[in-house]
Ligand binder design. Structure first.
Ligand SMILES: [Zn+2]
Length: 111
């Protein structure tokens, strides 16, 4: 089995829709650190699981320096973003979305 890991740093803003009082309902920014994990038993003809550049295009180009509420139709929590990444990047089985030093969400699917 081949494994690759891609790290991205993304600056973006969002606000959360919550049914209780929270400062997160106001528009604010994060410098997200995102780890994307892919695995597969076969490489493509170029000897890659998936090109690292392709992963960056799929995630950074969509999210970086954007208002995530305008990008996504879902409530852009770290958990939902992690799930979106796993669903979007080919061969991705796990994503870690680190919102700040103390706050991190992980989504992992069983292949
Ligand atoms: Zn936030």
């Amino acid at each position: 089995m081949y494994y690759i890991q891609k790290k991205l740093e993304i600056s973006a803003c969002h606000h959360l829709s919550l049914p209780y009082d929270s400062k997160c309902t106001a528009l604010h920014g994060h410098n997200w650190i995102i780890y994307i994990y892919c695995k597969g038993e076969k490489l493509n003809k170029d000897g890659m699981l998936i090109d690292f550049i392709k992963i960056k295009e799929l995630v950074s180009d969509k999210m970086d320096h954007r208002n995530l509420n305008e990008v996504f139709s879902f409530n852009p929590t770290a958990e939902n973003i992690a799930k979106w990444i796993v669903d979007t990047v080919p061969k991705c089985y796990k994503a870690r979305v680190i919102e700040s030093e103390n706050n991190e969400a992980v989504y992992e699917k069983t292949l």
